[in-house]
Design a protein around this ligand. Sequence first.
Ligand code: SF4
Length: 349
Amino acid sequence: MNNVYTQRRANVRNLLSESMNTIIPSTKFKVMTVHKLWDISCLRKFFWHRVMNFSPKGINFNFWYGGVFHVGFQAVLLGKTWPAIKVAIRKESKKRLKGHSLTVDEQQEIAVQFDLICVFVKASMDHPATAKMEMIEAEKFVNYSIKAVPGVKYCGSMDGDGFYDGEPCTFEIKTATQITASYFKALDVDQQVHSYALGMRKQGKPRDKCCYLVFRKTQKRIKKGQTPDDFVAEIKKDVAARPNFYFGGDESKVSFPYVLPLGKHTINDAGNNIEAGAWLLNQIYSNLSERSLLLPQNWVANTRQCFNYGRCPYFQLCHNLKRWELYTRFYKQREMLYTKEETELQNAK
Ligand code: SF4
């Protein structure tokens, strides 16, 4: 009996060392992003995601779809040909699937969704508004120093910078299943696009409008007896028949692109929020020892957020807080988006 327990303990120890060795926590605060600002609404989530750097190992179909779609439409706005766009889409999909072992069902779902992305991106090339848009730089990086916390930088990466109807603008590309009037209303105070605009202003390239491009994801599913090819053909027909439904607009106010004015005051408000968020985070980092910083119990959990947009990816960690280490095998290291983020990692120089 004792042997069984000894073996189990050894297995758990191996499991822990295996998963913990591959994930390096960020114990310094050097980079502020709008995503960190959002994660502050549940500080426990901030801890799992931004301090422990846990990212779920399982494939997130929404992230995959959004990321691959982005690259496809960016390529359209960069003026690439359809064969080159398809190559870019395929490359991005491959990159995002790397390291995931998919079940047969998941592989089939990915194949169908891949074809649908191609249908939408190809159709977007024929939309009359697309001809008025020109992207000069995709994934435009912006950064500036945070005044409230010396040594900390704000970093952001816009989907693109360029022109709409001959006027300079930023670009933001989104995919969504629900697009309502309030979706667009919320953009008036959106911290992401306005903080990017602040970054551009600080870099001497002020922009007073953002081309916000929202693409509706179909909620239709393959019917019983329908082949994947027939399903894709059905959606292709539907996109041709109802382009306004799929491209950007809500039913009451069709608009593609949605041209969002980037007002001076809202840009300043976004900047103040970033400053306030950075100050708050710095208080935590500076007042906790490294040991305390790495304890989830020291980060306030906002359980009202657990099921806000589906189940929080960290729910099993919070729900099993006494033995959370056992669940780390379901997570991998979060991808560092900015070079400077490397300096936040534990033991970084
Ligand atoms: S499960 Fe709930 S409390 Fe835990 S990190 Fe997610 S949102 Fe926060």
